[in-house]
Every structure is written in structure tokens, then in C-alpha cells.
Design a protein around this ligand. Structure first.
Ligand code: SAH
Length: 353
């Protein structure tokens, strides 16, 4: 990003200092911060003089994402955005409407280097991390574009948030700030494939956000086959980091379990999963919740989803063993190619042209 300042990544105080460094009054920071954070462009902030805006335009880079494509579900109103970033990269975000408010699922990186075998986002590897501004930008631009207040955020889009740790932490502080989008930490979930060092550091920050763990298997052999991260931090290391996170933050941890036909969806798998979780959290009182997701079929991976009977049996077995489990509703079925696929299609087209 060379030497230019990324205004949207600055806190209110940092923005004030930036104005002072330009010979402007510090109060400008207070004035401009809420407007930038809500997704306004410099050229629209007309309470700054034209001369100041021109000076800023020379010294800064505009990282606000642009809506490249927008697909609205006819079934449930879910909106899938393909955003174009300042360097021409693409990421996806999905705005979902629930009774309790609007939730946006945002991306944390362009691509991903975690290599999960069922996932479309990782097929081309990682291109780069997203800046705090680009994380904020997905929320702010979607809110502005849809005209709907966004009250919840899930970091479950493209990328591994804990592999972009510092920018994600800065984003959490920005999005929570009173004069910014002011979204409460309790309304934010972060999903990880199991970067244990990141879970430990996140716990030390003590944000009351919800941690979601992409577990997807109940023993190391199966997990290592589909998730390479398991070779670095195995299930035991992962679950002990989760217990540590719970002890530090008191926040409930949810586990994501993608059901793949014939791989991890038998009743024996369910039994093993329930035992694993109960043993790991024994004596902690931590509320544990499992979200069951039917695998989205991605052409390149060859994994298939199971039928509704096997999904229901899996859920029933977990519940009978005392683990609460929800089968995720599939929102935006008509616009939602598996996560990461819209970007992939766009990139493949770009290569062809
Ligand atoms: N890297 C983070 C967040 C992004 S992935 C993580 O791994 O948690 C968000 C969720 O989608 C994860 O639970 C991931 O395992 C799941 N996922 C990825 N590809 C999928 C697919 N084809 N079908 C169903 N779930 C998938």
C-alpha cells in the first residue's frame, strides 16, 4: 500500500493525530471518524474544505470496497455481495436477515492458506490479508447499500481470521467504537479452523466475542485428512485452548461440524464427537453447542452432502448424549454457491479473458 495513509483503519485518536500532523485542528478527527466508519468517501465529506479534501486525497489511499456484484435471494432476502478491493482483488460477504436482526458474514483474507479439503476459498491459496479498513468496509458498505442496520457480524467468510491477527484485533476495536459502527462484542462471532496460538492470544485480549471452532471430525486421523492445520495443532491441543479461552472470557464456544456423506456423518462419529466434547469440558460448566452444516458441494472437492435422514440421526444422537446441536438453515440457497465460489468464478473468468 506504499506510504499512503489508510484513513479507514485509523481509530478516532489516530485520525485526530493525523490531522494535527497535517497542520489541521485535532477536532477534525472527531468530525470525520464517524463518517468514514459508516462508509462515506472523502469526496462526500463536505464539511471539510475542498483544499483539505484534496490534500487528503494525495496522502491517503481509498480502501473502501466497491460493490462489484450483488445477488438477492428471492427465497429469504439474503444478499450476497462480491466486493472489489482497491487493488482489484475480490472478496465475498453475505447479509442474512434473522428475526433477531441482520447479520453479515465477512471475509478476513483474499483467499486462504489453510488448505481445508472441502473448502472453495483455499483452492488458489492466500493472496493477502485484509486491512482493518477492508473488514470495516464490508460491514459499512453493505449497511449503506442495503439501507438496513447491521447488528451482528460473523467472521466466517473467505480466509482464516486468526491468520490475520493484528488487523482483526484492530477491526474489532474499530467496529465496537462508540462513534464508529458501535457493534457490541457480544454480537460478533469469530470462526477459526484451529489456529491455537491465535486462540490463546485472542483469549488474552478478553473481548467478549463468541468463538466458533471448525471441528468437522471427532478424531485426529479423520481431521488430519480433511484439515491440514490438525497436523500442527491436534484435537487435544485445540480443545485445551478452547477450555483456556472459556476460562479467560466466560464466553460460550460453539463448534461447527460439516457433515460429509460417508466421511464423518455416521452415528458412531456422533457418539465419538459427544464423548470428545464432554471429556474436554468436564468440570468447567461451559455451555457447548454444535452447529451441524450440510457440506456445500464444491466441484473441485468431490465431497457430497448426506440425506436429511442421516443428518437428523446425527443430531438426535448428539442430543441424546447431552450435547445440544442445531442443523444450520441454508439461507440464500438460490444465490449461495458454497462460500468462496463467487470469487473463484470471477477469478477464473479473469484468467480466461
Ligand atoms: N477459516 C475460518 C473461517 C472461514 S470458513 C474457519 O475455518 O472457521 C467458515 C466455515 O465454513 C468453516 O466452518 C468452514 O469449515 C466452513 N466451510 C468451508 N467450506 C465449506 C463447504 N464446502 N461446506 C460447508 N462448510 C464449509
Amino acid at each position: 500500500m506504499n506510504e499512503r495513509t489508510d484513513l479507514y483503519s485509523l481509530t478516532e485518536d489516530e485520525l485526530s493525530q493525523f490531522f494535527v500532523s497535517l497542520g489541521e485542528a485535532a477536532y477534525r478527527g472527531k468530525q470525520v471518524f464517524p463518517r468514514l466508519q459508516s462508509g462515506e468517501r472523502l469526496c462526500d465529506i463536505t464539511n471539510l474544505s475542498k483544499a483539505v479534501r484534496e490534500k487528503l486525497a494525495d496522502l491517503t489511499v481509498d480502501t473502501l470496497p466497491l460493490v462489484e456484484e450483488k445477488l438477492v435471494s428471492k427465497i429469504d432476502g439474503t444478499i450476497k455481495y462480491l466486493f472489489k478491493l482497491y487493488d482489484g482483488s475480490f472478496v465475498e460477504s453475505v447479509l442474512m436477515r434473522y428475526k433477531h436482526g441482520n447479520t453479515i458474514c465477512i471475509s478476513s483474507q483474499v483467499g486462504c492458506r489453510m488448505g481445508c479439503k472441502f473448502c472453495a476459498s483455499t483452492i488458489g491459496g492466500k493472496v493477502r490479508d485484509l486491512y482493518p479498513s477492508e473488514l470495516i468496509g464490508q460491514v459499512a458498505v453493505a449497511q449503506r447499500d442495503s439501507g438496513e442496520r447491521i447488528s451482528n457480524i460473523v467472521m466466517m467468510g473467505i480466509g482464516e481470521p486468526l491468520d490475520n491477527f493484528d488487523n482483526v484485533i484492530k477491526f474489532l476495536k474499530l467496529v465496537n467504537s462508540e462513534h464508529g459502527l458501535n457493534i457490541g462484542y457480544r454480537h460478533i462471532s469469530l470462526s477459526t479452523c484451529g489456529v491455537v496460538s491465535g486462540i490463546n492470544r485472542l483469549g488474552d485480549e478478553c473481548f467478549p466475542i463468541t468463538l466458533s471452532i471448525s471441528l468437522h471430525a471427532s478424531n485426529d486421523k479423520k481431521r488430519s485428512e480433511i484439515m491440514p492445520i490438525n497436523n500442527k495443532w491436534n484435537i487435544e491441543a485445540l480443545l485445551s485452548a478452547c477450555v483456556g479461552y472459556y476460562k479467560k472470557t466466560g464466553r460460550r464456544i460453539s463448534f461447527e461440524y460439516t457433515l460429509i456423506s460417508g466421511k464423518n456423518d455416521s452415528t458412531e462419529d456422533a457418539t465419538e464427537l459427544a464423548t470428545l466434547l464432554k471429556d474436554a469440558f468436564r468440570g468447567t460448566n461451559a455451555p457447548i453447542h454444535v452447529n451441524l452444516i450440510r457440506v456445500n458441494e464444491v466441484r473441485e472437492t468431490g465431497f457430497k452432502e448426506g440425506d436429511t435422514v442421516s443428518v437428523a440421526n446425527f443430531q438426535r444422537r448428539l442430543e441424546s448424549l447431552g450435547i445440544t446441536a442445531t442443523v444450520r438453515r441454508r439461507l440464500g440457497a438460490d444465490v449461495n454457491a458454497a462460500c468462496g465460489q463467487l470469487r473463484r468464478t470471477r477469478n477464473t473468468e479473469a484468467v480466461k479473458n
